[in-house]
Design a binder for this molecule. Structure first.
Ligand SMILES: Cc1cc2nc3c(=O)[nH]c(=O)nc-3n(C[C@H](O)[C@H](O)[C@H](O)COP(=O)(O)O)c2cc1C
Length: 177
């Protein structure tokens, strides 16, 4: 399977990237192809809502997102990984998601498989509620076939006591693809 992975943390060796690496390790062992884009290190202008694309055409901005959109449309699965920032996606990855707008219908028609990975400092009952609801609606709206979600609470820094457990979960999820 061709899997496009979008990561949303500026910490190259941070928690969400650690889980992504484990997911990828498992997925590669099963013969999948990975195309990874570390969004915070790319040039991606936020959507300005000009509507030039009409939700189905070239975006006004010809930046790194052009290649990502082409890759998404050639893939079978999309993985979106993010640190939790104020109960949601990091602004970096949210900017990339907003740019799906110019290929909205094409993405919906693909019925892509999906995986979501999120890591948060807090370990309480509230921390993932908004994010979980957000992705539930996003999955439905984008017509995704979600095959796995890792919501890593209490995993705010590399080496946290929860790390091993979540790394194993991410590896197993990758290996199941
Ligand atoms: C701007 C910002 C907002 C954050 N908001 C939350 C939050 O709402 N809840 C939470 O538990 N942790 C929050 N955190 C902590 C991160 O989610 C947490 O440290 C995460 O593990 C970082 O992931 P990374 O290492 O992949 O960058 C925030 C951190 C930053 C920098």
């Amino acid at each position: 399977m061709k899997i496009v992975v979008l990561t949303g943390s500026p910490h190259k060796n941070g928690t969400s990237n650690t889980l992504v690496n484990e997911f990828i390790r498992g997925a590669l062992e099963n013969g999948n192809t990975i195309l990874r884009f570390d969004i915070p290190f790319l040039k991606i202008h936020p959507c300005i809502g000009c509507d030039c694309c009409g939700m189905n055409g070239p975006c006004t901005f010809n930046d790194d997102m052009s290649k990502i959109l082409d890759t998404i449309l050639e893939s079978d699965m999309i993985v979106l990984a993010t640190p939790i920032y104020y109960f949601g996606f990091s602004s970096q990855i949210k900017s990339a998601i907003d740019r799906f707008y110019s290929r909205n219908g094409q993405i919906q028609s693909k019925k892509l498989k999906s995986v979501f990975i999120a890591t948060a400092w807090n370990n309480d009952n509230q921390v993932m509620i908004a994010f979980e609801k957000h992705i539930e609606i996003l999955i439905d709206y984008l017509n995704l076939d979600n095959v796995g979600t890792i919501l890593a609470k209490g995993y705010g820094y590399s080496g946290a006591s929860t790390e091993k457990e979540y790394m194993e979960e991410a590896y197993k999820l990758g290996k199941s693809i």
